[in-house]
Design a protein around this ligand. Structure first.
Ligand code: ZN
Length: 135
């Protein structure tokens, strides 16, 4: 396989196209909009409708595990007052998903191609001519 799962992970964690490795997922460094296709290699980034519900789930899971659960535990063990816990939880619920928005979109693509690396055009070309063409 031309592009390995390790490369896919590295590219996903650095917001790069899983197919060509270009920094082409977003039109600009501050944009929240994902390009519909990679301008460098043409990989379709906007998959079917609902594909990025996975990104929302990742975003929610990371926010819950790494931000809201610690606040809840600190509050439960009496290290945070009621008001401070509520304010921190509200801030974490509103700010963290925005901060992780771009990353979660990239992570969703990364996970998709990590588990289905043969779906990358660069890997498909390598498979053509083999008995595995229907993958
Ligand atoms: Zn690309």
């Amino acid at each position: 396989m031309k592009i390995t799962q390790g490369q896919i992970l590295a590219r996903g964690l650095t917001h790069r196209c899983p197919n060509c490795g270009g920094k082409t997922l977003f039109p600009s460094a501050s944009s929240l909009r994902l390009n519909s296709a990679c301008p460098r290699c043409g990989l379709k980034l906007e998959k079917d409708e609902g594909f990025f519900l996975g990104a929302m789930s990742l975003n929610y899971g990371v926010t819950l595990i790494f931000f809201l659960t610690p606040v809840a535990l600190l509050w439960y063990h009496g290290r945070l007052g009621d008001t401070a816990a509520i304010v921190l939880a509200l801030i974490a619920s509103l700010v963290v998903p925005l901060l992780l928005y771009r990353s979660s979109r990239s992570w969703q693509l990364m996970l998709y191609y990590f588990f289905l690396p043969q779906h990358l055009p660069a890997n498909r070309r390598e498979l053509s001519g083999h008995e595995d063409e229907n993958v």
